[in-house]
Design a protein around this ligand. Structure first.
Ligand SMILES: Nc1ncnc2c1ncn2[C@@H]1O[C@H](COP(=O)(O)OP(=O)(O)OP(=O)(O)O)[C@@H](O)[C@H]1O
Ligand SMILES: [Mg+2]
Length: 220
């Protein structure tokens, strides 16, 4: 599902990713752990096609069997909208829209019908314990509630791959456990693939595979 070879990233002189080779299978839940500054977010952004790797000999980046590096921006945006979902710690909800509208937006971009989308969005929000807050805007929601809206937004198009960076970072223990269980439920029901950067040991160890990043490389 995701394949990389010799992935490097430089920010000017700073060599952040130092040759990452990865093979993640469909339906796999992979966690990435490692010290602050090791390059985890950088790797996730590149796997999620939000950033580009530095050119290097033998560089490969294939997602869902597509050669990401050969796509132009327009093709890539469409590919991203249809195949990839993102859950980040700084969730960037759109402030002028309600929780429900925020969740629906990726589906509207993909031209899905309004009614069906809203039913689905409500189901997701309900599962995440937010049915009483769906008509509120982000600034009327707590940090953890906003985080859960962002999770629902990431899932609305049933993307084949979900990238999560500290998905439960803002959540209390019970909400975090709920969210982690949702990941496994989705994988079992829909065969979705998850790549999760986390400092949460329970979540990291629940994954099918735990990758440890050390100084820009996968160490195991
Ligand atoms: N846009 C950027 N420009 C320059 N340097 C950057 C940029 N983004 C990240 N870095 C640097 O690259 C290194 C890796 O950053 P990254 O965000 O990938 O770390 P991380 O493993 O996610 O850490 P954390 O656990 O703290 O989130 C750090 O030294 C960081 O300062
Ligand atoms: Mg990070």
């Amino acid at each position: 599902m995701i394949q990389t070879k010799n992935l490097h990233k430089y920010y000017d002189q700073l060599h952040v990713l130092k040759g990452v080779d990865l093979h993640i299978k469909k339906g796999e839940i992979v966690s990435i752990v490692g010290a602050s500054g090791a390059g985890k977010t950088t790797l996730l952004q590149i796997l999620g096609t939000l950033d580009k790797p530095s050119q290097d000999n033998g560089l490969e980046l294939r997602i869902n069997n597509e050669d990401i590096l050969s796509m132009n921006d327009k093709t890539l945006s469409k590919f991203r909208n249809l195949n990839l979902g993102f859950i980040f710690q700084f969730h960037q909800l759109l402030p002028e829209f309600t929780a429900l509208e925020n969740v629906c937006i990726p589906a509207f971009i993909a031209n899905r019908p309004k009614q069906e989308t809203e039913i689905e969005a409500k189901k997701l929000l309900d599962y995440l314990g937010l049915s009483h807050r769906i008509n509120h805007k982000p600034n009327e929601l707590s940090g953890g509630e906003q985080q859960r809206v962002a999770v629902a937004r990431a899932l609305i198009n049933k993307p084949a791959i979900i990238f999560a960076d500290e998905p439960s970072g803002n959540l209390d223990t019970a909400s975090a456990e709920n969210l982690h269980q949702l990941f496994f439920k989705l994988r079992d029901e829909l065969g979705q693939t998850f790549v999760i950067v986390t400092h949460n040991e329970d979540l990291a160890n629940m994954a099918d595979r735990k990758l440890i990043m050390v100084d820009g490389q996968i160490s195991n």
